[in-house]
Design a protein around this ligand. Sequence first.
Ligand SMILES: *Cc1c(COP(=O)(O)O)cnc(C)c1O
Length: 383
Amino acid sequence: MAKSQRFGTLAIHAGQEPEETTGAIMPPIFQTSTYVQPKLGEPKGGYEYARVQNPTREAMERNIAALESGTHGMAFASGMAAIGAIVQRLSAGDHVIYEENVYGGTHRFFDKVMRRFGLDFTAVDSSDAQRVEDAIRPNTKLIHLETPTNPMMKLSDLRVIADIAARHDVHIVVDNTFASPYNQRPLELGAHMVVHSSTKYLNGHSDVVGGIVVTNDDDIAEELRFLQKAAGAVPGPWDAWLVLRGTKTLDVRMERHNANGARVAEYLAGRDDIDRVFYPGLADHPQHALAKRQMKGFTGMISIELGSLDRARRVVQKTRLFSLAESLGGVESLIGHPAIMTHASVPKEMRDRMGISDGLVRLSVGIEDVEDLLEDLEQALRS
Ligand SMILES: *Cc1c(COP(=O)(O)O)cnc(C)c1O
């Protein structure tokens, strides 16, 4: 598919051709574990075994690679499996710098699992690029960023950190799950890899767990393809197909998530019974200027400080359209309490340092009619 096409067109067409036998316009779900070889040592089209090759998965990988301005996409069974594969490229003795406010599961994986394999990790506040540079050591191989962060909506300046990484010959990976490629394309800003939990905005319908890494670097892609085969954390064809169906509407969904998110954030910021609203699209966000430079829109993700666990508990149990659940990025609105839910695995002193208080509540604003969402929040906050 031609590179010059625009995002909304790529979302629907990139990576997909009509199926050869029938012309089926949707890529079929190749629900098979193996492929019959016409001659010994000459598998048809290179297809041998489904952990290594699957046409449905490949269509999804090509599609998302195009959306991220990348040339290679490697899909995994979950966002964590994708992050795992990136770290499995490293060796004992290597050092990784990561943003301290990353997804709770990422912190847990680095700290509780990969440390045992002899990798060393340093968590830094990457909203200050100088701190990233100061943390670089001779054995630093990877900088793992997430912007905006979950749930504090803190940003990192990708262009500036990419320059630092280039000077020190270190790779950067950006977890772009929160922004989605509609709003932010880290490869265009100098990142070497983009990783997603496709469970979230990419799939968008809360019915799949999946992950993907996108890169423009042929060597990185080859290593990650090897890890798909050698470690084996690949998605099944049915899940790949659902994600591919989801990305067809990514353009229109994100437009609406952005619009609804902005309306809800403004409404919340206008209330005097909410201590703080964390949303990069608000003019009083400390990094609003960077947000406008680096992102096209500001998503449906908003965090609010309600002052106490009591009030937070009342509100998350009172909303009706906003369902109390983990995860984000689906068409339906969700509400959650990071300290008790998504970030329970982060030690309390680290949560306190980052501002993940007991009064903090996170919203994933869906694409319902925004007036209904505002009415729902109004009744829950007034209770
Ligand atoms: C959910 C999430 C992950 C983990 O992805 P899974 O698909 O749940 O394994 C990683 N990073 C971010 C930012 C997430 O929101």
